[in-house]
Design a protein around this ligand. Sequence first.
Ligand SMILES: Cc1ncc(C[n+]2csc(CCOP(=O)(O)OP(=O)(O)O)c2C)c(N)n1
Ligand SMILES: [Mg+2]
Length: 627
Amino acid sequence: MNSASNATIRLTAAQAIVRYLHAQHSSRDGARRRLIPGVFGIFGHGNVAGLGQALEEYGEDLTFYQGKNEQAMVHAATGFAKATKRTATLACTSSIGPGATNMITGAATATINRLPVLLLPSDYYGTRRQGPVLQQLEHPISADVSVNDAFRPVSRFFDRILRPEQLLAALPEAMRVLTSPVETGAVTISLPQDVQMMACDYPEAFFEERDWEIDRPRPSRESLERAAEAIRHAEKPVAIVGGGVHYSDAAAGVAAFCAALGIPVAETHGGKGAGVAAGELYLGGTGVAGNQAAAAACREADVVIGIGTRFADFATGSQSAFQHPGVRFVSMNVSGHDAYKQGAVPVTGDALAGIRELGELLAGYRSPEAWRRRVGELRSQWEKVRRAALAQGPDGRISQLQTLRTVNEFAAPNSMTFGAAGSFPGDMLQQWDPSGDRHCLLEFGYSCMGWEVPAAIGGKLAYPERDVYALVGDGTYLMNSSGIVTAVQEGVKVVIVVAVNRGFQVIRKLQLAKTGAPFGNEFRAREGRRGPLAGGYREVDYAKNAESLGAVGLRADSAETLQKALQESRDVRARPVVIAVDVPPDVVAPESTVWWDIAVAEVSLRPSVRRLREQYERDRAKQRFYY
Ligand SMILES: Cc1ncc(C[n+]2csc(CCOP(=O)(O)OP(=O)(O)O)c2C)c(N)n1
Ligand SMILES: [Mg+2]
């Protein structure tokens, strides 16, 4: 706001929000773009005459997308944000009550993955003259609490606007948080339904174009020197790349660092999206769902260099993955919260800004040849296991791994493939080859079933010229596929590949490992009137379902039919495609060999459970803690 003019304009709060969003831009490394170019919404009495009216009158350059499920709207926005590396996102408007609370899972997904999204849920009447309004909570001891207070723990910034002029402070703060690499996540501006229509005289200058610089905070020289000192004598260093490398656009810098110093590089689910191409020292996906070469390298490493990772349990094997007796950590992260984890030598700062300088400080260092040779051996051992697993597929049927491989090989340069929950994200971490700019964008902070389809739609809205895929389980498809109708409305082509394995199979597998008995995870009919869900499979025709929503529905059950379906999808224009692939539930990816801490019942009448508990207690001894 640099205008000296005192001119004002009279607008409602909702109209002010719409006008304000038109004028906000992000800027990073000199590249400028609209920060929030569109709004997803579902109207109800809480917002139809407020934000709905404002969008109709003032929203000429703020595209309105009609959601079908409020949770999915937020997922579309975070898919958009992930694709644009947090340089842009979308806003989401909902009515009061259930519309608002439907967005809470989306907010949690955003905040936990540190993805920006602007949420505009409607709220109770600010004036309260009318008594409890439809869908109001009426908290017995706290009259000002509403269901929207449930956004607070899953938002990085929350405000409830009780007077229209409060927007003058709330909106700039919202933009600051959205564009802060450290603080970003869900930003919630709760809008009481009457306040949306209240007018005030806003300064004209408030609506002038504004750029929000996405900075690259530089780590201090001292912290880099301490990190260099910790790495300089490493005999078995390993780098672990997390989502921060994707957001910082630092893949090339990290690859150059690792190549120059001879440091093998593994990636987390978030890090997979960065697409670090590190040649012979590339270990690929690591941790509980990763590959065996990365697991062994981490187990043996004496210095672990985290770059943009949160060190969540899947990456650390619930603190069992690093077994070198003297292992030390270095953690470069824009957020101090992450940089200090694992008792690491912390380097608080942006990955791209820091990695070059760290490389310079380490000039002349190269990891011992014996370690690089060892990593080469591990890689070729793993390659044999991987190939054998890919060859599996009973009776000529295609397995889920082969499905993934076929899509991976088919995906064009610059394509984006989304995954989040079920067995696919683990398979993608372990098996997806991101080389050739085949971007694999995984949401595994919240691993929220139902993220994939709307997130892919969001990604496609951000980059209409790119090919976009979503790899989903049949469970996820059943949970949240209504966004397909929005994709049809928008003429958005995303290719949704559904692995039809007739159940929540990744959980069934975990269940068998931790309880010894299958229960309630497959899509089976009830046996008798009171028996378990252990009867025949309930078959669902996913292709037909997709067609009924307006998509192109295709089916495959072999490598050839899947290739044919993918070819066919290539010729489809401006329409979503769903390919239902029939896969056996029991042909799964090779074990990573990394343990995950899922406790077993301490007491049970079943001897099998008691044995599993004993095993669990033995395994738990592998956990180590670092301060
Ligand atoms: C919203 C949500 N509910 C529950 C879970 C727990 N969960 C993780 S994976 C999974 C099963 C997913 O089934 P499907 O999509 O068919 O994939 P599959 O396991 O068969 O590969 C469940 C229930 C979750 N991650 N997200
Ligand atoms: Mg399934």
